[in-house]
Design a protein around this ligand. Structure first.
Ligand code: NAD
Length: 510
Protein backbone atom coordinates (compact mmCIF):
# COMPACT_ATOMS: atom_id res chain seq x y z
CA UNK A 1 0.00 0.00 0.00
CA UNK A 2 2.88 2.35 0.79
CA UNK A 3 4.01 2.77 -2.78
CA UNK A 4 0.52 3.34 -4.15
CA UNK A 5 -0.91 5.65 -1.51
CA UNK A 6 2.32 7.47 -0.89
CA UNK A 7 1.44 7.75 2.79
CA UNK A 8 3.66 6.72 5.65
CA UNK A 9 2.34 5.24 8.87
CA UNK A 10 4.27 4.43 11.99
CA UNK A 11 4.65 0.78 10.99
CA UNK A 12 5.79 -0.64 7.74
CA UNK A 13 2.89 -1.86 5.68
CA UNK A 14 3.04 -3.69 2.41
CA UNK A 15 0.46 -5.23 0.15
CA UNK A 16 -1.34 -8.13 1.82
CA UNK A 17 -0.79 -6.69 5.31
CA UNK A 18 -4.04 -4.79 5.15
CA UNK A 19 -5.70 -5.97 8.35
CA UNK A 20 -5.14 -3.58 11.25
CA UNK A 21 -5.66 -4.91 14.76
CA UNK A 22 -4.60 -3.16 17.95
CA UNK A 23 -2.10 -0.99 16.08
CA UNK A 24 -0.50 -3.86 14.15
CA UNK A 25 -0.72 -4.50 10.40
CA UNK A 26 -1.35 -8.16 9.59
CA UNK A 27 -2.05 -10.66 6.84
CA UNK A 28 -5.22 -12.74 7.11
CA UNK A 29 -5.04 -15.47 9.74
CA UNK A 30 -5.68 -18.01 7.00
CA UNK A 31 -3.10 -16.40 4.69
CA UNK A 32 -5.81 -15.82 2.09
CA UNK A 33 -5.46 -12.89 -0.30
CA UNK A 34 -7.59 -11.13 -2.89
CA UNK A 35 -6.62 -9.38 -6.10
CA UNK A 36 -8.01 -5.88 -6.46
CA UNK A 37 -8.71 -5.17 -10.12
CA UNK A 38 -8.37 -1.97 -12.08
CA UNK A 39 -11.86 -1.66 -13.60
CA UNK A 40 -10.45 0.16 -16.65
CA UNK A 41 -8.58 -2.92 -17.92
CA UNK A 42 -9.23 -5.77 -15.44
CA UNK A 43 -5.53 -5.99 -14.52
CA UNK A 44 -4.38 -6.44 -10.94
CA UNK A 45 -3.98 -3.17 -9.06
CA UNK A 46 -3.10 -4.61 -5.65
CA UNK A 47 -3.27 -7.75 -3.58
CA UNK A 48 -4.84 -7.43 -0.13
CA UNK A 49 -5.51 -9.71 2.82
CA UNK A 50 -8.78 -11.60 2.58
CA UNK A 51 -9.85 -11.47 6.20
CA UNK A 52 -12.21 -13.96 7.80
CA UNK A 53 -14.03 -14.63 11.07
CA UNK A 54 -10.84 -15.03 13.10
CA UNK A 55 -9.47 -11.67 11.97
CA UNK A 56 -12.82 -10.03 12.64
CA UNK A 57 -13.01 -11.41 16.18
CA UNK A 58 -9.46 -10.20 16.86
CA UNK A 59 -10.28 -6.70 15.57
CA UNK A 60 -13.47 -6.51 17.66
CA UNK A 61 -11.56 -7.68 20.75
CA UNK A 62 -8.94 -4.96 20.20
CA UNK A 63 -11.64 -2.30 19.80
CA UNK A 64 -13.42 -3.60 22.93
CA UNK A 65 -10.24 -3.41 25.02
CA UNK A 66 -9.44 0.07 23.70
CA UNK A 67 -12.93 1.22 24.62
CA UNK A 68 -13.18 -0.43 28.04
CA UNK A 69 -9.63 0.17 29.24
CA UNK A 70 -8.10 2.70 26.85
CA UNK A 71 -7.76 6.46 27.05
CA UNK A 72 -9.69 7.52 23.93
CA UNK A 73 -13.28 7.50 25.29
CA UNK A 74 -12.10 9.68 28.19
CA UNK A 75 -9.83 11.95 26.14
CA UNK A 76 -10.78 15.63 26.46
CA UNK A 77 -12.89 16.88 23.58
CA UNK A 78 -10.24 19.44 22.59
CA UNK A 79 -7.70 16.64 22.05
CA UNK A 80 -10.13 14.57 20.02
CA UNK A 81 -10.94 17.59 17.87
CA UNK A 82 -7.24 18.34 17.41
CA UNK A 83 -6.65 14.79 16.18
CA UNK A 84 -9.49 15.08 13.67
CA UNK A 85 -7.96 18.32 12.38
CA UNK A 86 -4.56 16.65 12.01
CA UNK A 87 -6.23 13.91 9.95
CA UNK A 88 -7.81 16.60 7.77
CA UNK A 89 -4.40 18.19 7.22
CA UNK A 90 -2.86 14.82 6.31
CA UNK A 91 -5.69 14.14 3.86
CA UNK A 92 -4.89 17.43 2.13
CA UNK A 93 -1.17 16.64 2.18
CA UNK A 94 -1.94 13.36 0.38
CA UNK A 95 -4.77 14.76 -1.76
CA UNK A 96 -3.16 13.87 -5.07
CA UNK A 97 -2.09 10.33 -4.18
CA UNK A 98 -5.38 9.51 -2.45
CA UNK A 99 -7.40 10.97 -5.33
CA UNK A 100 -5.38 8.89 -7.77
CA UNK A 101 -5.78 5.74 -5.69
CA UNK A 102 -9.55 6.22 -5.47
CA UNK A 103 -9.72 6.89 -9.19
CA UNK A 104 -7.85 3.69 -10.02
CA UNK A 105 -9.64 1.50 -7.53
CA UNK A 106 -13.24 2.68 -8.04
CA UNK A 107 -12.88 3.73 -11.70
CA UNK A 108 -13.97 7.32 -11.12
CA UNK A 109 -12.27 10.23 -12.84
CA UNK A 110 -9.19 11.69 -11.21
CA UNK A 111 -11.02 14.96 -10.58
CA UNK A 112 -13.83 13.08 -8.83
CA UNK A 113 -11.20 11.34 -6.71
CA UNK A 114 -9.74 14.71 -5.71
CA UNK A 115 -13.17 16.14 -4.93
CA UNK A 116 -13.86 13.13 -2.69
CA UNK A 117 -10.67 13.87 -0.71
CA UNK A 118 -11.78 17.49 -0.27
CA UNK A 119 -15.26 16.45 0.89
CA UNK A 120 -13.74 13.99 3.35
CA UNK A 121 -11.43 16.70 4.68
CA UNK A 122 -14.46 18.94 5.23
CA UNK A 123 -16.20 16.15 7.15
CA UNK A 124 -13.26 15.69 9.55
CA UNK A 125 -13.08 19.46 10.14
CA UNK A 126 -16.84 19.75 10.55
CA UNK A 127 -17.06 17.10 13.28
CA UNK A 128 -14.01 18.58 15.04
CA UNK A 129 -15.76 21.98 15.13
CA UNK A 130 -19.10 20.45 16.12
CA UNK A 131 -17.80 18.77 19.28
CA UNK A 132 -15.69 21.79 20.20
CA UNK A 133 -18.66 24.14 19.98
CA UNK A 134 -21.05 22.08 22.07
CA UNK A 135 -22.08 23.42 25.44
CA UNK A 136 -21.93 19.89 26.85
CA UNK A 137 -25.02 18.36 28.37
CA UNK A 138 -28.39 19.91 29.13
CA UNK A 139 -29.44 20.96 32.59
CA UNK A 140 -33.04 20.01 33.33
CA UNK A 141 -34.91 22.13 35.86
CA UNK A 142 -36.63 19.67 38.21
CA UNK A 143 -38.42 22.56 39.91
CA UNK A 144 -36.72 22.16 43.26
CA UNK A 145 -33.37 23.46 44.53
CA UNK A 146 -32.75 20.05 46.09
CA UNK A 147 -32.23 18.36 42.72
CA UNK A 148 -29.56 18.79 40.09
CA UNK A 149 -30.53 17.06 36.88
CA UNK A 150 -28.41 16.93 33.74
CA UNK A 151 -28.61 15.05 30.45
CA UNK A 152 -25.21 14.12 29.04
CA UNK A 153 -23.93 12.26 25.99
CA UNK A 154 -21.43 9.42 26.03
CA UNK A 155 -19.84 7.33 23.30
CA UNK A 156 -21.81 4.25 22.27
CA UNK A 157 -18.82 1.91 22.53
CA UNK A 158 -17.44 -0.38 19.83
CA UNK A 159 -18.73 0.57 16.38
CA UNK A 160 -18.81 -1.74 13.37
CA UNK A 161 -18.53 0.38 10.23
CA UNK A 162 -19.33 -1.31 6.90
CA UNK A 163 -19.00 0.57 3.61
CA UNK A 164 -19.75 0.11 -0.12
CA UNK A 165 -17.52 0.35 -3.21
CA UNK A 166 -18.75 3.49 -4.91
CA UNK A 167 -17.41 6.16 -2.51
CA UNK A 168 -14.99 4.15 -0.37
CA UNK A 169 -13.04 6.98 1.27
CA UNK A 170 -16.06 9.25 1.62
CA UNK A 171 -18.41 6.69 3.14
CA UNK A 172 -15.78 5.44 5.58
CA UNK A 173 -15.04 9.01 6.66
CA UNK A 174 -18.68 9.97 7.19
CA UNK A 175 -18.67 7.19 9.82
CA UNK A 176 -15.13 7.38 11.20
CA UNK A 177 -15.04 11.15 11.81
CA UNK A 178 -18.19 11.31 14.01
CA UNK A 179 -17.40 7.96 15.67
CA UNK A 180 -14.01 9.32 16.79
CA UNK A 181 -15.35 12.77 17.65
CA UNK A 182 -17.82 11.10 20.02
CA UNK A 183 -15.08 8.99 21.66
CA UNK A 184 -15.81 5.54 20.25
CA UNK A 185 -13.52 2.80 19.05
CA UNK A 186 -14.29 0.95 15.83
CA UNK A 187 -13.70 -1.79 13.32
CA UNK A 188 -14.12 -0.68 9.71
CA UNK A 189 -14.78 -3.06 6.82
CA UNK A 190 -14.50 -1.55 3.36
CA UNK A 191 -16.02 -3.20 0.32
CA UNK A 192 -13.93 -6.16 -0.80
CA UNK A 193 -13.88 -4.61 -4.29
CA UNK A 194 -12.40 -1.19 -3.35
CA UNK A 195 -10.52 -1.34 -0.03
CA UNK A 196 -7.40 0.65 -0.92
CA UNK A 197 -8.22 4.17 0.26
CA UNK A 198 -9.69 2.90 3.54
CA UNK A 199 -6.37 1.17 4.24
CA UNK A 200 -4.63 4.47 3.45
CA UNK A 201 -7.01 6.39 5.73
CA UNK A 202 -6.41 4.06 8.69
CA UNK A 203 -2.68 4.61 8.17
CA UNK A 204 -3.28 8.36 8.35
CA UNK A 205 -5.22 7.96 11.61
CA UNK A 206 -2.20 6.20 13.10
CA UNK A 207 0.12 8.89 11.75
CA UNK A 208 -2.09 11.56 13.33
CA UNK A 209 -1.51 9.91 16.71
CA UNK A 210 -4.68 7.91 17.34
CA UNK A 211 -3.93 5.39 20.13
CA UNK A 212 -3.53 1.76 19.10
CA UNK A 213 -6.71 -0.28 19.15
CA UNK A 214 -9.08 2.65 18.58
CA UNK A 215 -9.16 2.18 14.80
CA UNK A 216 -9.20 -1.39 13.50
CA UNK A 217 -9.66 -2.56 9.94
CA UNK A 218 -10.52 -5.87 8.34
CA UNK A 219 -10.35 -6.24 4.57
CA UNK A 220 -12.52 -9.10 3.40
CA UNK A 221 -15.93 -10.16 2.11
CA UNK A 222 -19.39 -9.29 3.43
CA UNK A 223 -19.79 -12.81 4.68
CA UNK A 224 -18.12 -13.68 7.00
CA UNK A 225 -16.46 -10.35 7.92
CA UNK A 226 -19.44 -7.95 7.74
CA UNK A 227 -21.86 -10.62 8.94
CA UNK A 228 -19.69 -11.37 12.00
CA UNK A 229 -19.37 -7.66 12.81
CA UNK A 230 -23.16 -7.30 12.65
CA UNK A 231 -23.92 -10.19 15.00
CA UNK A 232 -20.97 -9.97 17.42
CA UNK A 233 -22.11 -9.43 21.03
CA UNK A 234 -19.14 -7.15 21.78
CA UNK A 235 -20.17 -4.65 19.12
CA UNK A 236 -22.51 -1.89 20.36
CA UNK A 237 -23.47 -0.23 17.08
CA UNK A 238 -23.37 -1.20 13.44
CA UNK A 239 -23.38 1.55 10.84
CA UNK A 240 -23.84 0.17 7.35
CA UNK A 241 -23.85 1.80 3.94
CA UNK A 242 -24.66 -0.43 1.00
CA UNK A 243 -27.49 -2.18 -0.79
CA UNK A 244 -30.94 -3.08 0.49
CA UNK A 245 -30.33 -6.84 0.46
CA UNK A 246 -27.18 -6.69 2.61
CA UNK A 247 -28.72 -3.98 4.81
CA UNK A 248 -31.65 -6.15 5.81
CA UNK A 249 -29.24 -9.01 6.61
CA UNK A 250 -27.26 -6.65 8.86
CA UNK A 251 -30.42 -5.61 10.67
CA UNK A 252 -31.46 -9.21 11.26
CA UNK A 253 -27.97 -10.18 12.45
CA UNK A 254 -27.89 -7.25 14.87
CA UNK A 255 -31.27 -8.10 16.39
CA UNK A 256 -30.20 -10.83 18.81
CA UNK A 257 -27.80 -8.55 20.66
CA UNK A 258 -30.12 -5.52 20.24
CA UNK A 259 -27.41 -3.33 18.80
CA UNK A 260 -27.99 0.15 17.57
CA UNK A 261 -28.31 -0.02 13.79
CA UNK A 262 -27.83 2.78 11.26
CA UNK A 263 -28.47 1.98 7.60
CA UNK A 264 -27.71 4.09 4.52
CA UNK A 265 -29.16 2.08 1.67
CA UNK A 266 -30.01 2.58 -1.96
CA UNK A 267 -32.15 5.05 -3.84
CA UNK A 268 -34.24 5.35 -6.99
CA UNK A 269 -34.19 9.07 -7.18
CA UNK A 270 -36.60 11.25 -9.18
CA UNK A 271 -35.54 14.39 -11.00
CA UNK A 272 -38.76 16.33 -11.67
CA UNK A 273 -38.58 18.97 -14.42
CA UNK A 274 -41.45 21.43 -14.96
CA UNK A 275 -41.69 23.11 -18.36
CA UNK A 276 -41.49 26.56 -16.73
CA UNK A 277 -37.89 25.80 -15.69
CA UNK A 278 -36.98 25.66 -19.37
CA UNK A 279 -38.84 28.77 -20.58
CA UNK A 280 -35.56 30.53 -21.36
CA UNK A 281 -32.62 29.11 -23.32
CA UNK A 282 -30.44 29.45 -20.26
CA UNK A 283 -32.97 27.63 -18.07
CA UNK A 284 -33.26 24.83 -20.63
CA UNK A 285 -29.49 24.48 -20.95
CA UNK A 286 -29.05 24.36 -17.17
CA UNK A 287 -31.79 21.80 -16.57
CA UNK A 288 -30.47 19.49 -19.33
CA UNK A 289 -26.88 19.86 -18.14
CA UNK A 290 -27.84 19.06 -14.56
CA UNK A 291 -30.02 16.11 -15.58
CA UNK A 292 -26.92 14.64 -17.25
CA UNK A 293 -24.88 15.29 -14.14
CA UNK A 294 -27.60 13.83 -11.90
CA UNK A 295 -27.73 10.57 -13.84
CA UNK A 296 -24.24 9.92 -15.18
CA UNK A 297 -21.63 11.21 -12.75
CA UNK A 298 -19.42 8.27 -11.65
CA UNK A 299 -21.21 6.30 -14.37
CA UNK A 300 -24.43 6.40 -12.37
CA UNK A 301 -22.90 4.45 -9.47
CA UNK A 302 -24.19 6.95 -6.93
CA UNK A 303 -26.83 6.19 -4.29
CA UNK A 304 -28.46 9.55 -4.98
CA UNK A 305 -28.17 9.36 -8.79
CA UNK A 306 -31.10 11.11 -10.49
CA UNK A 307 -31.85 8.00 -12.49
CA UNK A 308 -35.57 8.77 -13.00
CA UNK A 309 -36.22 11.84 -15.14
CA UNK A 310 -39.85 12.87 -14.62
CA UNK A 311 -40.47 15.63 -17.15
CA UNK A 312 -43.60 17.64 -18.01
CA UNK A 313 -45.21 16.08 -21.09
CA UNK A 314 -45.16 19.30 -23.15
CA UNK A 315 -41.38 19.54 -22.72
CA UNK A 316 -40.54 15.87 -23.19
CA UNK A 317 -39.49 15.66 -26.83
CA UNK A 318 -37.30 18.77 -26.82
CA UNK A 319 -35.70 17.89 -23.46
CA UNK A 320 -35.03 14.23 -24.20
CA UNK A 321 -33.66 14.93 -27.68
CA UNK A 322 -31.09 17.37 -26.28
CA UNK A 323 -30.29 15.13 -23.31
CA UNK A 324 -29.68 12.14 -25.60
CA UNK A 325 -27.51 14.26 -27.92
CA UNK A 326 -25.30 15.32 -25.03
CA UNK A 327 -25.24 11.84 -23.44
CA UNK A 328 -23.83 10.44 -26.69
CA UNK A 329 -20.97 12.94 -26.47
CA UNK A 330 -19.86 12.06 -22.92
CA UNK A 331 -16.21 11.01 -23.13
CA UNK A 332 -15.76 7.54 -21.65
CA UNK A 333 -12.40 6.12 -20.66
CA UNK A 334 -9.92 5.35 -17.94
CA UNK A 335 -10.59 7.74 -15.06
CA UNK A 336 -7.00 8.93 -14.95
CA UNK A 337 -6.86 9.85 -18.66
CA UNK A 338 -7.05 13.52 -19.55
CA UNK A 339 -10.45 14.69 -20.80
CA UNK A 340 -12.33 11.60 -19.64
CA UNK A 341 -15.74 12.45 -18.16
CA UNK A 342 -17.04 8.96 -17.25
CA UNK A 343 -14.96 6.03 -16.08
CA UNK A 344 -15.81 2.33 -16.19
CA UNK A 345 -18.26 0.49 -13.98
CA UNK A 346 -16.59 -0.99 -10.94
CA UNK A 347 -16.76 -4.68 -11.85
CA UNK A 348 -17.74 -7.25 -14.45
CA UNK A 349 -20.73 -8.05 -12.24
CA UNK A 350 -21.92 -4.44 -12.24
CA UNK A 351 -21.52 -4.28 -16.02
CA UNK A 352 -23.55 -7.45 -16.50
CA UNK A 353 -26.23 -6.11 -14.15
CA UNK A 354 -26.50 -2.88 -16.16
CA UNK A 355 -26.74 -4.78 -19.46
CA UNK A 356 -29.46 -6.97 -18.01
CA UNK A 357 -31.54 -4.00 -16.83
CA UNK A 358 -31.32 -2.29 -20.23
CA UNK A 359 -32.32 -5.50 -22.00
CA UNK A 360 -35.30 -5.95 -19.67
CA UNK A 361 -36.39 -2.31 -20.21
CA UNK A 362 -36.29 -2.70 -23.99
CA UNK A 363 -38.22 -5.95 -23.75
CA UNK A 364 -40.83 -4.11 -21.64
CA UNK A 365 -41.26 -1.38 -24.28
CA UNK A 366 -38.76 1.37 -23.41
CA UNK A 367 -37.40 3.38 -26.37
CA UNK A 368 -33.62 3.68 -26.58
CA UNK A 369 -32.52 7.28 -27.20
CA UNK A 370 -28.79 7.02 -26.34
CA UNK A 371 -26.21 4.39 -25.40
CA UNK A 372 -27.59 0.95 -24.66
CA UNK A 373 -24.33 -0.88 -25.25
CA UNK A 374 -20.66 -1.15 -24.35
CA UNK A 375 -18.37 1.20 -26.28
CA UNK A 376 -16.23 -0.54 -28.87
CA UNK A 377 -12.62 0.05 -29.82
CA UNK A 378 -9.14 -0.81 -28.58
CA UNK A 379 -9.23 1.88 -25.88
CA UNK A 380 -11.85 -0.07 -23.98
CA UNK A 381 -10.21 -3.52 -24.05
CA UNK A 382 -11.24 -5.65 -21.08
CA UNK A 383 -12.48 -2.66 -19.06
CA UNK A 384 -16.00 -2.58 -17.64
CA UNK A 385 -17.24 0.35 -19.74
CA UNK A 386 -20.85 1.08 -20.63
CA UNK A 387 -22.22 3.99 -22.64
CA UNK A 388 -24.50 6.51 -20.90
CA UNK A 389 -27.99 5.32 -21.73
CA UNK A 390 -31.28 7.19 -22.06
CA UNK A 391 -34.48 5.13 -22.08
CA UNK A 392 -37.60 7.04 -23.14
CA UNK A 393 -41.28 6.09 -22.74
CA UNK A 394 -40.77 4.36 -19.42
CA UNK A 395 -43.43 3.66 -16.80
CA UNK A 396 -43.73 2.39 -13.24
CA UNK A 397 -44.47 -1.13 -14.35
CA UNK A 398 -40.90 -1.56 -15.57
CA UNK A 399 -38.19 -3.09 -13.37
CA UNK A 400 -35.69 -0.51 -14.60
CA UNK A 401 -37.89 2.24 -13.13
CA UNK A 402 -38.55 0.53 -9.80
CA UNK A 403 -35.16 -1.03 -9.00
CA UNK A 404 -31.75 0.53 -8.47
CA UNK A 405 -29.54 -0.18 -11.51
CA UNK A 406 -26.41 1.52 -10.20
CA UNK A 407 -25.10 2.12 -13.69
CA UNK A 408 -25.31 4.90 -16.33
CA UNK A 409 -28.99 4.37 -17.14
CA UNK A 410 -31.58 7.16 -17.13
CA UNK A 411 -35.29 6.44 -17.55
CA UNK A 412 -37.82 9.03 -18.73
CA UNK A 413 -41.41 9.31 -17.48
CA UNK A 414 -43.83 12.19 -18.04
CA UNK A 415 -46.56 14.05 -16.12
CA UNK A 416 -49.25 16.60 -16.94
CA UNK A 417 -50.14 18.04 -13.51
CA UNK A 418 -48.29 18.93 -10.34
CA UNK A 419 -50.17 16.23 -8.42
CA UNK A 420 -49.17 13.67 -11.02
CA UNK A 421 -45.52 14.73 -10.75
CA UNK A 422 -45.56 14.34 -6.96
CA UNK A 423 -47.32 10.97 -7.14
CA UNK A 424 -44.76 9.64 -9.62
CA UNK A 425 -41.79 10.96 -7.64
CA UNK A 426 -43.08 9.36 -4.45
CA UNK A 427 -44.00 6.07 -6.10
CA UNK A 428 -40.88 4.23 -4.95
CA UNK A 429 -40.05 1.99 -2.00
CA UNK A 430 -36.90 4.08 -1.56
CA UNK A 431 -36.71 7.72 -0.46
CA UNK A 432 -33.14 8.94 -0.51
CA UNK A 433 -33.07 12.07 -2.67
CA UNK A 434 -34.87 13.95 -5.42
CA UNK A 435 -34.72 17.12 -7.48
CA UNK A 436 -37.35 19.67 -8.56
CA UNK A 437 -36.83 22.12 -11.41
CA UNK A 438 -39.18 25.07 -11.64
CA UNK A 439 -38.84 28.80 -12.26
CA UNK A 440 -41.80 29.37 -9.95
CA UNK A 441 -40.51 29.43 -6.33
CA UNK A 442 -43.91 28.68 -4.81
CA UNK A 443 -44.38 25.59 -6.93
CA UNK A 444 -40.84 24.39 -6.31
CA UNK A 445 -41.21 24.71 -2.52
CA UNK A 446 -44.70 23.15 -2.59
CA UNK A 447 -43.50 20.11 -4.50
CA UNK A 448 -40.32 19.81 -2.37
CA UNK A 449 -42.51 19.80 0.72
CA UNK A 450 -44.55 16.89 -0.64
CA UNK A 451 -41.63 14.67 -1.66
CA UNK A 452 -40.96 11.73 0.68
CA UNK A 453 -37.18 11.79 0.29
CA UNK A 454 -34.37 12.54 2.75
CA UNK A 455 -32.82 15.26 0.59
CA UNK A 456 -34.64 17.45 -1.94
CA UNK A 457 -32.78 19.75 -4.28
CA UNK A 458 -34.56 22.69 -5.90
CA UNK A 459 -32.99 23.79 -9.19
CA UNK A 460 -29.89 21.74 -8.48
CA UNK A 461 -28.87 18.10 -8.07
CA UNK A 462 -26.27 16.31 -5.91
CA UNK A 463 -24.72 18.94 -3.65
CA UNK A 464 -24.62 18.13 0.04
CA UNK A 465 -23.25 19.98 3.03
CA UNK A 466 -21.42 18.35 5.95
CA UNK A 467 -23.61 20.47 8.27
CA UNK A 468 -26.84 19.03 6.81
CA UNK A 469 -28.12 15.53 7.59
CA UNK A 470 -27.96 12.89 4.88
CA UNK A 471 -30.14 9.76 4.83
CA UNK A 472 -33.30 8.22 3.55
CA UNK A 473 -37.00 7.72 4.02
CA UNK A 474 -38.56 4.29 3.44
CA UNK A 475 -36.18 1.54 2.38
CA UNK A 476 -33.36 4.02 1.85
CA UNK A 477 -32.40 3.53 5.45
CA UNK A 478 -32.54 4.27 9.13
CA UNK A 479 -30.77 7.18 10.81
CA UNK A 480 -28.74 10.02 9.37
CA UNK A 481 -25.11 10.78 8.57
CA UNK A 482 -23.51 14.23 8.68
CA UNK A 483 -24.95 17.18 10.60
CA UNK A 484 -25.68 17.07 14.33
CA UNK A 485 -27.78 13.92 13.89
CA UNK A 486 -24.77 12.24 12.27
CA UNK A 487 -22.87 12.75 15.52
CA UNK A 488 -25.85 11.73 17.67
CA UNK A 489 -25.84 8.29 15.98
CA UNK A 490 -22.56 7.58 17.77
CA UNK A 491 -23.74 8.59 21.23
CA UNK A 492 -25.76 7.27 24.11
CA UNK A 493 -27.86 9.71 26.11
CA UNK A 494 -27.69 9.57 29.89
CA UNK A 495 -29.78 11.39 32.48
CA UNK A 496 -27.93 12.03 35.76
CA UNK A 497 -30.33 12.98 38.58
CA UNK A 498 -28.66 14.13 41.75
CA UNK A 499 -30.65 14.53 44.94
CA UNK A 500 -28.86 17.19 46.98
CA UNK A 501 -30.97 16.63 50.11
CA UNK A 502 -31.77 12.90 50.34
CA UNK A 503 -34.48 11.84 52.81
CA UNK A 504 -36.41 8.58 53.32
CA UNK A 505 -39.42 8.30 51.01
CA UNK A 506 -41.41 6.08 53.48
CA UNK A 507 -43.02 4.09 50.67
CA UNK A 508 -42.70 1.05 52.91
CA UNK A 509 -43.78 1.31 56.51
CA UNK A 510 -41.00 -0.98 57.95
P1 NAD B 1 -23.41 -4.16 -0.83
O1 NAD B 1 -24.63 -4.17 0.03
O2 NAD B 1 -23.20 -5.28 -1.76
O3 NAD B 1 -22.10 -4.08 0.07
C1 NAD B 1 -21.90 -3.05 1.01
C2 NAD B 1 -20.99 -3.56 2.09
O4 NAD B 1 -21.67 -4.57 2.83
C3 NAD B 1 -19.71 -4.20 1.57
O5 NAD B 1 -18.64 -3.88 2.42
C4 NAD B 1 -20.04 -5.70 1.65
O6 NAD B 1 -18.91 -6.51 1.75
C5 NAD B 1 -20.87 -5.73 2.91
N1 NAD B 1 -21.75 -6.89 3.06
C6 NAD B 1 -22.24 -7.70 2.09
N2 NAD B 1 -23.01 -8.66 2.66
C7 NAD B 1 -23.00 -8.44 4.00
C8 NAD B 1 -23.62 -9.09 5.12
N3 NAD B 1 -24.37 -10.19 4.99
N4 NAD B 1 -23.40 -8.59 6.35
C9 NAD B 1 -22.65 -7.47 6.52
N5 NAD B 1 -22.03 -6.84 5.50
C10 NAD B 1 -22.21 -7.31 4.25
O7 NAD B 1 -23.42 -2.76 -1.57
P2 NAD B 1 -22.41 -2.28 -2.71
O8 NAD B 1 -22.77 -3.01 -3.95
O9 NAD B 1 -21.02 -2.32 -2.20
O10 NAD B 1 -22.78 -0.73 -2.84
C11 NAD B 1 -23.82 -0.28 -3.61
C12 NAD B 1 -25.03 0.03 -2.76
O11 NAD B 1 -24.69 0.97 -1.75
C13 NAD B 1 -26.12 0.67 -3.55
O12 NAD B 1 -27.36 0.10 -3.21
C14 NAD B 1 -26.07 2.12 -3.11
O13 NAD B 1 -27.28 2.82 -3.27
C15 NAD B 1 -25.68 1.99 -1.69
N6 NAD B 1 -25.11 3.25 -1.18
C16 NAD B 1 -25.88 4.03 -0.35
C17 NAD B 1 -25.39 5.25 0.09
C18 NAD B 1 -26.22 6.15 0.98
O14 NAD B 1 -25.69 7.15 1.47
N7 NAD B 1 -27.48 5.87 1.23
C19 NAD B 1 -24.12 5.66 -0.29
C20 NAD B 1 -23.37 4.85 -1.14
C21 NAD B 1 -23.89 3.64 -1.57
Amino acid sequence: MTNRSGTEGKRDVSDQLTIHVGGEWRAAATGATREILDPADATTLAVVAEGGAEDTDAAIAAARTAFDDGAWPRTPVAERAALLRRVADLLQRDRETLGLLESRDAGKTLEEGRVDVDCVTDAFRYFADLVMNESGGRVVDAGTPDVHSVVVHEPVGVCALITPWNYPLLQASWKIAPALAAGNTFVVKPSEITPLTTVALVRLLAEAGLPDGVANLVTGPGDPVGARMSEHPDVDLVSFTGGLVSGTKVMRAAADSVKKVALELGGKNPNVVFADACATDEGFDTAVDQALNAAFIHSGQVCSAGSRLIVEESLRERFVAELARRAERIRIGRGTDKGVECGPLVSAQQLARTEEYVASALAEGAVLRAGGERPTGPAYGDGYFYRPTVLDRCHRGMRVVREEVFGPVLTVETFRTEDEAVALANDTEYGLAGGVWSAEPGRARRVAGRLRHGTVWINDFHPYLPQAEWGGFGKSGIGRELGPAGLAEYRETKHVYQNLAPRPVRWFAG
